[in-house]
Design a protein around this ligand. Sequence first.
Ligand code: Q9C
Ligand code: ZN
Length: 657
Amino acid sequence: MAMSGESSGKNCGYSDGKSQRKVGLLYDEKMCKHDTPDGEDHPECPDRIRIIWETLQLAGVAQRCVVLGGSKAEDKQLQLVHTKDHVNLVKSISTKKKDIRRNKIASQLNSIYLNGGSSEAAYLAAGSVVELAEKVAEGELDCGFAIVRPPGHHAEADEAMGFCLFNNVAVAASYLLNERPDLGVKKILIVDWDVHHGNGTQKMFWKDPRVLFFSVHRHEYGSFYPAGDDGYYNMVGEGPGEGFNINVPWEQGRCGDPDYLAAWDHILIPVAKEFNPDIILLSAGFDAAIGDPLGGCRVTPYGYSIMLKKLMEFAQGKIVMALEGGYNLDSIAKSSLACVKVLLEDEPIQGSSKAYPFESTWRVIQAVRKRLCAYWPSLADELSWKLIDQKTPTPIIIVSSSSDSETEDDTHGIVDQMSKLNIEKQEGTLNENDQVDTASTSWRADLAKVDVWYASYGSNMWKPRFLCYIQGGQAEGMKKACVGSMDKSPPKGIMWETFPHRLFFGRESTATWGVGGAAFTNPLTNINDQTHMCIYRITLEQFNDVLFQENGLNVDSDFPLFDLAALQLVENKGSGSLEASNGWYNNVVCLGKELNIPILTMTCTLSTFEKFKSGEIPLRPPAKAYADTLVRGLVEGGRFSEEEAESYIDNAASKPL
Ligand code: Q9C
Ligand code: ZN
C-alpha cells in the first residue's frame, strides 16, 4: 500500500505555479512491534502510528511527500546522549535470554512496558529521526515528519521512562552537532509541545548552548507527570547553557489554542528570532490535543497548524517533526494531518473556539519572560495591560497532583459545568421567569453534608480565634469581629499534624492583628521543611465560609469558592490546589487525608511564593499580638512548650526562603 517515496518525491516540483516543498514522511510498520507483553490495553499503542499513517494516505497528503522507511540507529549514535549501559539494556531487552526477566525490568522502570519487539522499535524510532534530520540538514528534503514510536523525550541518559526508551530527538540533535560538522548545523532549536515536560531532552542539553530547548507542558506546581521541579520556569540551563533552556509550565489543564499561541507569540517566537537556529527539531507529541485521555488540554488541529506555521519562518523552514505522545487516535490523526499540510504549505484550516488565554497563562508567560529576559532581551518588556486583560475567566481551577488519569474526561465535564455556572453568574443570568436566578442557598445544603479537615498554621491554630470564623465574634487581641459561618456548629474533631511545607511571614499588616506579616506556607512540599498545623474537622460549607472570611469576601455568596466537584476531584487525585480569589489566601492546597477525609489548607499561590522568595514581595516578621496568638495556639493545643513554640515561630520569621 505504501507509495514508493522516491517516485512520489520526485514528482513534486511545481504545481499551480508555486514551488512545492519536499516534505519527508517517515513510517515503518516495524515500530508497531513494540507492544504490551500480554496484550493489555495501553495508551501508547501500535495503532497510534498506524492511524496517523493511514489518515495521511487517505487524505492524499502522503502521496505528495517523500516517503521514507525507518532505519535503525547505530550504537555510536545512541551513545551520544545515552550511556553504554542503557544502550545495551535496550538492545538486549528483546532477546530470548531476557524473556523471563523482561517484565521484571519493565516493572522497575517508571511507566514502561517491554516485549520482544521493543528493542527493534526503539532502534528504529531513534534511527528514523536521525535519518530524517540528516536529510533535512543536508537539504535533500526541506522538512519532514517522522511518525515514530516508542516516543523519546522522557528518556534520560541512563533511564527509560514515561513510555520512552531512547530519546529520539536528542539523539538526532547530538548527531547533527557532533557527528556531522560538514552539514554546518551549529544551532538547534528543539521545540517540545508534548503535554508532558521533556525532562530527558532538557537534561541532555542542560549545559549546551548549541541547543535551545523549549518545552511547554502541564506542570501544576510539579504535580503533573513527570512530576517535580524539572519542568519549572526557573530551570534555565547551566554553565554555557544558561538561558538556553526554556520551560513554560502551565498551572492548569484545559489549555488550548489561545494559551499555546500566547506562549508562541510572547516567548518562543521572539526568542527564536534572537537565537536564529539552523534547524528546528520538534518533539511533536499530540497529547495536548483536545480529547486526549492523558493530557486534559484542548489544542485543536488548527492550533497545531498555526504553531507549526509560525516555526516555519525560521531556519528556512528546516523543521523535523518527531512524534512523541498523543493518545486519542482521532485527535492525533487530525492534528498530524493539519501539520503535514502546513509542511506542504497548504492553505491554513479553519480556527478554534475559545478566544482568550487563561489568566494563569498570562501569569506563567510573564514569569517566564521575567526569568529569561537577561538572556533574551526581546522578553524584557512588560506585556501591556490591554493584552493581558484579554483572558478567559477561570472561576475554579483544579490542579491535579496525579500525573494523568483515566478519569480526566469526567473531570472536564465537572469543571466545565462549574466554570459555566460561574460565568453565568457574573453575567446575571435570567431564568425562564425572567428573574435573576441566584441559586442562593442551594449550594449550602449540599456542602453541609461533606466533612473536610481545615488545616491552620496561623492564628487559627488558637481555637478561640478559629471559632470566630465559625461562631462569629472577636477573640482576645483581634482588632475586628468576624461574622462567622452560616452554620455555627463547632468542629467535630481537632488534631495536630506536621507537614513538609515551609512556614513564612509576609505583607505589611493584617486587619486583625495590625502592623506585621501574616503567616503563609509554601504551596509546594519540601522534605526538609515543617509546618505544624491544627486541623479542624468542619463541613465543606463551613470551610467555604472560612475561605470567604479569610479572603475578605462576603459569606452570603451565591456560589461556593470550593464546591463538591472541586473536592471530589481533589479526593480522586490526591493533593491539589484551587485558585479562589484575589485575596492573600487564594490557593487551597490539599495536604493529604486523615480518616479518609481530605485535609485542606489555604495559602498564597506559587507565583506569589516565588515573589516572596525573590524579594519582590518582602518577608515581614509577624506583629507581636499575632505571634503571641500563634504561640498560644501551639501551646494550648498541647503541641509545644512555650519556648519551643516561640523558637519555631522566630525561626520561620527570620530564615530566608
Ligand atoms: N501515575 C509521553 O507522552 N503516566 N509520555 C504515568 C503514573 C506516564 C507520557 C502515570 C505518562 C507518560 C511520551
Ligand atoms: Zn506526553
